[in-house]
Ligand binder design. Structure first.
Ligand code: XMP
Length: 315
């Protein structure tokens, strides 16, 4: 793609051909699906309905942020509160692939219900090229099952519409800017949400810890970037590890959990390098996470691995 304007004009035409009736849109508030939802709204008007699901796996303040974003871009949407069913689907599941599959299956069930209610079999989503390439689409091993392409069973009646499937991340950002999405340079966030940043079992308590740690990393990095202590990284977050480790508070030894901080530079997510972050910034992150989660998180690590051999997310 060379010209975002030309891409958009073509995408609108294609959408009108591909969706003769109505469609629902899986809108997560990320750049990809917001761009896809806006294209659908432009092409189809009220025949398109964007659905935003609160899975209970969102970051701190995410539902509010998404609401503000959709309002700012003029995207009409329907919010659906579904945290209980996603937590139930994840109960007792530790394996990363099974987590993604369970989340994907729950999304499919939910969107199936939403589609039926809206009188359509079309589900439009913001899948981009790395999603399906890394899900094993192009004769590659399945590296990972992305929830947005891994979970649709053959028996499902949903017909997928994917207007961005040939674009890479930097191209989607250009399209998003052209569509007037204000946060087009915002960092990406995985569809399965904090579930893939909670290593091991997922429950409300562990999600809360991951949520606090992710908020601290985002705030401290944003602050350091604003203060020109470092350049803006491509993606930055925290992972709650599946490890019990010893800490000390006052005179007491305590057993808590550990958090790994991941800050990477990348262009298209296919490769990435671990960012070199000033030690003072990492120190502030470690102190705040352990202070805001006393006795719960007692150790903070920094992940220095590039992609490859590691992936960006832990799971
Ligand atoms: P990995 O971990 O494969 O991640 O190096 C590459 C980029 O993709 C994001 N990511 C996802 N995005 N659904 C998504 O929409 C997913 O299931 C998913 N998993 C990872 C990740 O945050 C990184 O930017």
């Amino acid at each position: 793609m060379n010209d975002p304007k030309a891409f958009i004009a073509q995408a609108l035409e294609r959408l009108r051909a591909e969706v003769p009736g109505r469609t629902i849109v899986a809108a997560s508030g990320g750049i990809d699906s917001t761009a896809a939802a806006l294209l659908a709204q432009r092409a189809l008007g009220e025949r398109s309905r964007a659905v935003f699901v609160d899975t209970g796996l969102l970051r701190a303040g995410e539902a509010e942020r998404v609401d503000a974003l959709f309002r700012a871009t003029g995207l009409a949407y329907r919010p659906v509160e579904a945290s209980e069913r996603f937590l139930a689907a994840l109960r007792g599941v530790r394996d990363p692939e099974r987590k993604r599959k369970r989340i994907g299956a729950e999304f499919v069930r939910l969107f199936q219900e939403q589609a039926t209610e809206f009188g359509t079999d079309r589900l439009l989503q913001g899948t981009i090229a790395p999603d399906w390439i890394e899900s094993g689409g192009a004769l590659r091993d399945t590296i990972k099952t992305h929830h947005n392409v891994g979970g649709i069973p053959k028996s499902s009646k949903l017909v997928l519409v994917e207007p961005l499937r040939d674009l890479y991340k930097d191209e989607v950002r250009a399209v998003a800017r052209e569509l007037g999405i204000p946060e087009a340079d915002r960092q990406p966030f995985p569809g399965p949400g904090l579930a893939v940043r909670v290593h091991g079992a997922v429950d409300r308590d562990r999600l809360r810890r991951a949520r606090v740690a992710n908020a601290v990393v985002e705030e401290e990095v944003d602050r350091a970037v604003a203060a020109k202590e470092m350049t803006a990284p491509w993606q930055y977050f925290a992972v709650l590890l599946d490890a019990r480790t010893v800490g000390v508070t006052g005179d007491n030894r305590v057993h808590g959990e550990a958090v790994s901080v991941r800050i990477v530079d990348s262009v298209d997510a296919m490769t990435a390098t671990a960012a070199s972050v000033p030690p003072a910034v990492l120190g502030r992150i470690a102190r705040r996470i352990t202070r805001e989660l006393p006795r719960e998180v007692v150790r903070v690590l920094y992940d220095v691995t590039d992609k490859p051999p590691a992936t960006i997310e832990w799971e």
